[in-house]
Ligand binder design. Sequence first.
Ligand SMILES: [Zn+2]
Length: 135
Amino acid sequence: MYCIISKITLGLKISDSFILYTLLICTSFTLYICYIFFSKKDYTHYTKDNLLNTQNPWYWEWDKENIKTLHSKCSKCDELLVYDENYCNNRVFFYCPSCDNQEMIIRGGNYKYSQYIIEREIKRKAGIGKYKKVI
Ligand SMILES: [Zn+2]
């Protein structure tokens, strides 16, 4: 068997071997690019999670690698939560306008900061694949 393979290999001209190896390298490279492309798209179905110990799940959509339409809903009536910033204590209160029920507090800054840390947590979980346990 080895002799047959050797004869076949030796029977090839240098240009044939060059073409064969070039095709092999190109195929491997293409498969690697496809793997990277499709593996990065894998997290796009990750669009809901309870983050940073908040009671309510956060919802969002992916725009390539960016997060858009980040929001949270009331646990009782499913209404979109609104926020109120407390500048003195650096806290953001999220509450339901229908129930007038306070749903959660994010500490450490204003509303923009709260959105930033939620997005950062989403991207962190998406990056390490931790979200697969949640879904
Ligand atoms: Zn409500």
